[in-house]
Design a protein around this ligand. Structure first.
Ligand code: DGL
Length: 254
């Protein structure tokens, strides 16, 4: 069974890596729109068009489900895609609800892209929770760029995160939500620098569990023995371009 996984760039590889652990026998087709990354600083219509093109490409490759492994593309495009393609389209949104549910202070910080944070989907999600909770939104475009450049230098990351977080009294918060798949690469560094009262939460496992459940409900049986093919903005990727990211995630237990 073929599963398409799409992101603007290398962020969705963090979802692919989780998916390979839970559904190891699928044939994965990973599509990164590297010609157009980042999406987080673009206009909604632009992101929607590019996301549509990517999903159309994956659909043409015969995938039986697509994961939009990108919070930004999900927030701008998921409803639109579901109306146009007759296969399951699994989206991702910042895991704010689970973060609030496990929170004892009701205060959380959500890191995501500018576009995700400005979209109606996110605003609606937060407005349902506000009143009982405090949700602070923090855009982090620098982390997208660092991940794309394979810059996982822990000192650089630590310096950036400390600077971005210095305006918060972290003792008052209980969670930081990673609402962008590119940020998952930095999860271990973040966990190391924040005080112990803070949980770092992401939606990768929840998304893959949802994918698995959807496939089971559809009655899909996975008979192949597991493979990955990579595409970049509509063409076959150069061999080896993405494997180093999967190795990094594995070596760092992310
Ligand atoms: N990985 C994407 C997300 O989850 C977007 C990063 C970008 O292209 O700006 O939102």
């Amino acid at each position: 069974m073929k599963i398409g996984i799409f992101d603007s760039g290398v962020g969705g590889l963090t979802v692919l890596s989780t998916a390979m652990k839970i559904i190891p026998d699928a044939e994965y087709i990973y599509y990164a729109d590297l010609d157009n990354v980042p999406y987080g600083t673009k206009e909604k219509e632009d992101v929607r068009k590019r996301t549509y093109d990517a999903v159309e490409f994956l659909y043409g490759m015969g995938v039986e489900a697509v994961v939009i492994a990108c919070n930004t593309a999900t927030s701008t495009s998921v409803e639109y895609l579901r109306k146009r393609f007759n296969i399951p389209v699994i989206g991702m949104e910042p895991a704010v609800k689970p973060a609030i549910e496990t929170s004892n202070t009701g205060k959380v910080i959500v890191m995501a892209t500018e576009l995700t944070l400005k979209e109606k989907k996110y605003k609606d999600l937060v407005s349902r929770l506000e009143g009982v909770s405090i949700v602070e939104s923090l855009p982090m475009p620098e982390l997208v760029e660092m991940a794309e450049n394979f810059n996982f230098n822990h000192d650089d990351v630590e310096r950036l995160l400390n600077r971005k977080l210095e305006k918060y009294n972290l003792e008052e918060y209980s969670a930081i939500v990673l609402g962008c798949t590119h940020f998952i690469y930095f999860k271990n560094v973040l966990e190391r620098i924040v005080p112990g009262n803070i949980s770092v939460i992401d939606g990768n496992l929840g998304t893959v569990n949802h994918l698995q459940k959807t496939l089971q409900e559809k009655g899909n049986c996975i008979k192949s023995c597991g493979s990955i093919e990579y595409y970049v903005s509509g063409r076959k990727a150069v061999h080896g371009e993405f494997e180093k990211y999967l190795i990094y995630l594995k070596e760092n237990n992310i």
